[in-house]
Design a protein around this ligand. Sequence first.
Ligand code: SF4
Ligand code: ZN
Ligand code: ZN
Length: 311
Amino acid sequence: MKCRVCGKTARIKLHSHHTAFCREHFLQFFYRRIERTIKKFRMFRRDELVLVAVSGGKDSLALWHALMELGYKVKGFFINLHIKPGSGESEEYVRRFAEKFGADLTVVDVKDYLGFSIPEAVKVVRKPACAVCGMVKRYIMNRHALQIGATAIATGHQLDDAAATLLGNILHWQEGHLGRFYPVLEEEDGFARKVKPLTFTGEYETLAYAHFVGIEYYPKKCRFAHGATSQVYKHILNELEMEMPGTKLWFVEGFFRTAREKFRAEEPAAPREKCVFCGYPTTRREMIDGEEKPVCSFCALKRRLQKHEGE
Ligand code: SF4
Ligand code: ZN
Ligand code: ZN
């Protein structure tokens, strides 16, 4: 098997692209795809500060590394969620990465913001763990991005994640979600821009990239991810990909090109007010001392946990 570009022995075969590359030309292919995604969707410029949300897994570390290689101004951001096992080990991997590659990293503790760990919060509110955790992470990341003047928050969601999310949203005809499903979520007053530069890069490619450049990552999944429906969709998509290489890519690309516009909301978004506790923009309201006031989901959760602890 030969590299498509230089004809030397290939080190990696990409079935979905019907091609093979040596190490050097795979890296070139990998960087070009990310760069093209960033430019096409106007994710960020080279003079903007980008906060990369890192979990210790291969995707977010590969993204962080690639953005540094491409010369973007990036800072890594890790939140210790106190999920056991995993959070402590992930933090070690992230710290080791920063040391090895001379990367700029900030580590924070969810308890310093919320006062509780994610498992403690999940036990009290009895909602799906990922719904609680996702909201808390978004809040903390956004606050930090605004504090340090980062204009965008980049996450390591890759093509396999995108295809699974899209499939789930289509199966349930979640029109609102389909309308918002996009590699960029523009900034608004009080919210940093959210971007996913790996949207067209497959999980297999990020895995190969991590190996080629020497990234060590936490290899296990979060215990709350097991049994999630997204895993079922990923499994089905992998079966399809085996039979028809390239399926995930044309599924996701095709949606953006042909169908997304049809789901975009016509009506303006509900007006946002400032949360009375933290100033975060929110559309949520709740009764406080007999009066209805704006309270963001994060502060509502924090108050509920504090109340539960006091009972
Ligand atoms: Fe949080 Fe769910 Fe991700 Fe675990 S899998 S870190 S609970 S969002
Ligand atoms: Zn080559
Ligand atoms: Zn708030």
